[in-house]
Design a protein around this ligand. Structure first.
Ligand SMILES: Nc1ncnc2c1ncn2[C@@H]1O[C@H](COP(=O)(O)OS(=O)(=O)O)[C@@H](OP(=O)(O)O)[C@H]1O
Length: 334
């Protein structure tokens, strides 16, 4: 064994050892800093500070997809499911709740593609480009309540994809009519315009019978519009949701939609919670991030003359019967 000269040993202990010690401390601190950073800068936490719920969902979906699907690429796809209506029956709440599912991606905006001639003329490629990016295993969903009452939409949707799945939400027709009126009332209020009282619009001025020219009444005669869809699509391709029940027990309505779409049950009451201030179910994505629908959803309805409400209820009875026979369903409203 070679003995080191004393001078070399002194040099080693006086310069190399302190250097190695310093280097070791620097590496240790650095890795400690990074590991603490990686805890504090979890991708979800970053997003929480700023860019909102949509990004949060996308990030969560990206993380879960990367784990279970090897992180394959995304592309924009035509919807394989469309929420076609009905206006004011809870279409936004349903879309947002479904967007919490890792196997579902949703288009934020109403596309008005199949019910608007100018947009439809732009072509399917234009429509596809407006869809959110998705992975191949995910279902893309769009919602435009205007499709339900459009005479052109059924055949146009069928032409795009004859096996597309359709979701229709229905609410008690009188409640829906009042909700529709309330929405228009507030829209006008925002433009400093006024609107006649509900009672004056919903009843004919002379005869005092239900005013069939009033659009909000027309839309609530559901079977008129449903017939057009059933002329083109098989019944089993259309899932009907009870919009009143969606308000009270969203998870049970969503479970049957998950079955209809063929995706695993994912949305439960750990993700949705009842917000007593809002009086509605809201979304909880993690311990710190919660979101309710905007103020234009769940507005207080005006107090309406009860004789007018009873008149409307009676008016809708035969129409409801026709609807139930057509759909082979029963709703709590008769
Ligand atoms: N969770 C939750 N939060 C808030 N609002 C909820 C929820 N679930 C259902 N709803 C009901 O949705 C009604 C609005 O329906 P739509 O989203 O279809 O309206 S729209 O046609 O898109 O304007 C809206 O009707 P109004 O109460 O008349 O405002 C709500 O009652």
């Amino acid at each position: 064994m070679k003995i080191l000269p004393v001078r070399k040993v002194r040099l080693w202990t006086s310069t190399c050892l302190p250097l190695c010690f310093f280097f070791y401390i620097a590496v240790y601190c650095n890795s400690a800093i990074w590991s603490s950073l990686s805890i504090n800068t979890h991708p979800l936490d970053n997003i929480l500070t700023g860019s909102g719920f949509r990004k949060l969902l996308e990030e969560r979906s990206r993380l879960s997809s990367n784990v279970s699907h090897g992180g394959g690429g995304k592309s924009r796809r035509l919807p394989s499911c469309i929420i076609i209506g009905v206006r004011k029956c809870g279409t936004r709440a349903l879309l947002e709740f479904l967007s919490l599912h890792p196997d579902i991606v949703t288009a934020d905006e109403e596309m008005h593609f199949f019910n608007n001639d100018d947009r439809y003329r732009q072509g399917l490629e234009w429509y596809r480009q407006r869809m959110p990016p998705s992975r191949s295993h995910q279902i893309t969903i769009e919602k435009t309540p205007g499709y339900f009452i459009s005479s052109m939409a059924p055949s146009r949707v069928h032409r795009m994809n004859s096996s597309v799945k359709l979701i229709v939400l229905l609410r008690h027709p009188t409640v829906r009519t009042v909700s529709d009126y309330t929405q228009i009332y507030f829209n006008k209020l925002g433009k400093n315009e006024s609107l006649d009282a509900f009672e004056d619009l919903v009843l004919d001025r002379e005869s005092k019978a239900v005013n069939l020219r009033y659009k909000a009444v027309q839309i609530s005669i559901y079977h008129h519009y449903f017939r057009r869809w059933l002329d083109i699509f098989p019944r089993q391709q259309i899932h009907v949701v009870d919009g009143d029940h969606l308000i009270l027990d969203p998870v049970s309505e969503i479970r049957s939609i998950e079955d209809f779409l063929g995706v695993p049950h994912h949305i439960d009451y750990s993700i949705l919670y009842f917000n007593s201030t809002r009086g509605f179910y809201c979304m909880r994505l993690n311990a710190t991030y919660e979101r309710c629908l905007g103020a234009s959803k769940g507005r207080k309805h005006p107090d309406i003359d009860q004789t007018v409400i009873r008149k409307l209820n009676r008016f809708f009875v035969p129409h409801n019967k026709q609807l139930f026979n057509m759909l082979h369903v029963q709703f709590p409203w008769t």
